[in-house]
Design a protein around this ligand. Structure first.
Ligand SMILES: Nc1ncnc2c1ncn2[C@@H]1O[C@H](COP(=O)(O)OP(=O)(O)O)[C@@H](O)[C@H]1O
Ligand SMILES: [Mg+2]
Length: 497
């Protein structure tokens, strides 16, 4: 037994985040730590990594009791923590971030820049990704930032690596690369604690699991002894009724027409139509131009060519304001960076689109409270007081607040970019439910997503992008994982690359 955490309890003021939780991890084991948001996973890992002490409980490494753990001490013991939040400094270069606080020095204590750059390049090579160590972090997109976070842990020799939802922003190919590295670390005797909401990943890479719920240990065991349905049940503590996509029946007339839309190198010649009551998924892999297309459709990225019309009226894409007025609402990807306003209350975050559309920051409190209560009930947001800060909510509930923001101004078209990124299974299902309900009411929805199970669940039709173009249009019956992957990887394009 490499790691033995015994009877860990942690209270934050009145809140019991962990209640008598134990966790054992062997050498060379990849251990999946599962639990819905707020279950206590990060808290347990923070205790292990020395961020703060447990209220009660003991930690043993190789049978030796560890006391007064600090981050520094944990690092020295070979424990590395890849955090869920991106902890990079945007103004610094990639290699400076990698070595932050642990800079290599040469003669006279001078920073050994050359060595640090070289080591950084080696790690990226090992990870099979091309990130320039001298690039400024602010120039990287989220998936690359996440890869830099991972690289940070691989730079130093370690015995135990904690990965707290490392793949939320990664494409399938990047995830595959990560798994290759994880397997080689495992072969070298390194233990890994892997936190993820993605069942296929967990089943693919992990040996054993531990499930937490509401700060309590539910069960530990071998992945080979359970299936995905059982795991989901352990997570939520009730059986999930298979909630497959119902046939939506006929969809209505064309509401959105996109013609020959291009945007520099990001995407070219995009053509599609969206009908009333239709859920259209747009998917692809890293570098497919999907994210840029989502932004362009919302007027947040200038296009170089093409037209778009809503209800047969041409729409100029150069202003978010006009796009909103034409009846398009958008839930952007990366909730943390793009949609939530961290210093604002839940209620004000919810009212944001209303403020913008009505060009007012004059908040009528009673209206805002009414808006809050209406939405809280309609889409089951779990929150305390409307005046609480948005960051007090779990990820799933934050996302619902952002969705409520747009439901409130009653758009005809909703563009949801990665709507369930980093949120737990239960909340995902609730968001799918919101999507079905919108479609049933005749709203049209475009879901940008790279998660196949999600696409399969919600989509009436699916566009698969490859290198900035629509490579395939799949009807409901054609949406299979193999099909999506085939077109997303450009497998049909051989010979003309
Ligand atoms: N520093 C903190 N102060 C107060 N409460 C916290 C703190 N960190 C976590 N919590 C609370 O502890 C519970 C468990 O959180 P966390 O460990 O982050 O869950 P998970 O990582 O499983 O989503 C949540 O209710 C969360 O709000
Ligand atoms: Mg967490």
């Amino acid at each position: 037994m490499f790691l033995d955490m015994r009877n860990i309890t942690k209270t934050f003021d009145a809140l019991k985040a962990l209640d008598n939780v134990s966790l054992q991890v062997c050498e060379s084991e990849i251990h999946g730590l599962l639990g819905e948001n707020g279950a206590g996973k990060s808290t347990l890992m923070n205790i292990l990594a020395g961020a703060f002490p447990p209220t009660f409980g003991e930690i043993y490494l190789n049978g030796k009791k560890q006391e007064n753990m600090t981050t520094h001490k944990a690092n020295e013991l070979g424990i590395r923590f890849i955090h869920q939040e991106l902890n990079l400094v945007n103004d610094l270069k990639v290699y400076e971030n990698l070595f932050l606080g642990e800079e290599l020095t040469g003669a006279f204590g001078l920073l050994n820049k050359k060595q640090m750059i070289k080591k950084s390049a080696e790690v990226f090579k090992r990870m099979n990704i091309d990130i320039d160590p001298q690039e400024k972090v602010e120039n990287l997109d989220t998936s690359r930032k996440q890869l830099v976070e991972i690289a940070k842990a691989l730079l130093f020799e370690s015995k135990l690596i904690i990965m707290d939802e490392p793949t939320t922003a990664l494409t399938n190919k990047e995830i595959e690369n990560l798994f290759v590295i994880m397997r080689s670390l495992k072969a070298e005797g390194v233990s890994i604690i892997y936190i993820s909401h993605k069942m296929p990943e967990l089943f693919q890479i992990c040996d054993r699991y531990t499930v937490l719920r509401d700060g309590k240990l539910i069960e530990s065991g071998n992945f080979s002894d359970i299936d995905e349905k059982k795991a989901a049940e352990l997570l939520v503590g009730r059986s999930i009724i298979e909630d497959n996509k119902q046939d939506q029946g006929l969809v209505g007339e064309v509401i959105l027409k996109v013609e020959s839309l291009s945007c520099g190198a990001a995407f070219t010649n995009i053509n599609f139509q969206l009908r009333k009551g239709e859920v259209l998924a747009i998917t692809g892999l890293h570098g497919d131009g999907r994210g840029e297309l989502a932004e362009a459709l919302f007027g947040a990225r200038p296009v170089s060519e093409g037209h778009i019309s809503v209800n047969n009226k041409p729409l100029s894409l150069n202003s978010i304001d006009k796009v909103m007025k034409a009846g398009i609402g958008m839930v952007p990807r990366n909730r943390k960076e793009r949609s939530i306003i961290k210093d604002m209350s839940i209620m004000d975050n919810m009212s944001m689109a209303h403020f913008i559309r009505n060009k007012t920051l004059l908040i009528k409190k009673y209206e805002a409270v009414e808006r809050y209560n209406r939405n809280k009930k309609a889409i089951a947001i779990k929150a305390g007081s409307p005046d609480d800060n948005i960051t007090s909510l779990s990820g799933g509930n934050q996302q619902k607040v952002i969705i409520a923001r747009w439901l409130e101004i009653d758009s005809d078209i909703y563009i949801l970019d990665n709507p369930t990124q980093g949120i737990d299974v239960g909340a995902k299902f609730e968001i799918y439910r919101i999507i079905y309900d919108l479609a049933k009411k005749g709203k049209s929805i475009i879901v940008f997503s790279a998660e196949f199970p999600e696409i399969y669940k919600v989509a009436d039709r699916c566009l698969v992008m490859y290198k900035g173009q629509i490579n395939a249009e799949l009807t409901r019956d054609e949406i299979t994982e193999v099909n999506v992957m085939y077109y997303a990887t450009g497998s049909n394009m051989e010979g003309i690359r």
